[in-house]
Write a protein that binds this ligand. Structure first.
Ligand code: DGP
Length: 114
C-alpha cells in the first residue's frame, strides 16, 4: 500500500488535532468536519480499505470501535448518540486509502443518504 496523508499524520510529518494514541491506533479531528464532533480513528498499520482487513486483524478492528466509544464519552456525545462510518472504495466515496472510522456527532444527524 502506498503511503497516504494519514501515514504522515502518524509520523507527525503534518499536524493534526490528536485525541487518542496507543501503540496501534491514532484518533484525530477531521480537517473538514461534518458535525460538531468529527473524529477519524485509524490503525497505525497501513490497511487500505475494509476489503484489505485480514482475519488476524479482527481484534484491532474491534479496538477501533472501542476507541470510538471512548472518544464519544470524552466528547460528551455518547448518550445523545452518534454515527460511525467506514467508507470503502469508489461507490463508498472513500478518499483516503488508509482504513479509518468516522465518529460523527454533536447534533441531530439526518437519515443515511442512499
Ligand atoms: P473518506 O472519504 O472516508 O476517505 O474520508 C477522508 C476524510 O479525511 C475526510 O473527511 C477528510 C479527512 N482528511 C483528509 N485529509 C486530511 C488531513 O490532512 N488531516 C485531517 N485531520 N483530516 C483529513
Amino acid at each position: 500500500m502506498s503511503e497516504t496523508i494519514f501515514t504522515k499524520i502518524i509520523k507527525r510529518e503534518i499536524p493534526a488535532d490528536i485525541l487518542f494514541e496507543d501503540d496501534d491506533i491514532l484518533a484525530f479531528r477531521d480537517i473538514n468536519p461534518q458535525a460538531p464532533t468529527h473524529v477519524l480513528i485509524i490503525p497505525k498499520a497501513e490497511i487500505a480499505t475494509v476489503n484489505d482487513i485480514q482475519p488476524d486483524q479482527a481484534e484491532l478492528v474491534g479496538r477501533l470501535i472501542l476507541t470510538a466509544q471512548l472518544i464519544a464519552r470524552q466528547e460528551g456525545i455518547a448518550d445523545d448518540g452518534y454515527r460511525l462510518v467506514v467508507n470503502c472504495n469508489q461507490h463508498g466515496c472513500q478518499e483516503v486509502f488508509h482504513l479509518h472510522l468516522h465518529l460523527i456527532g454533536g447534533k441531530q444527524l439526518r437519515g443515511m443518504s442512499k
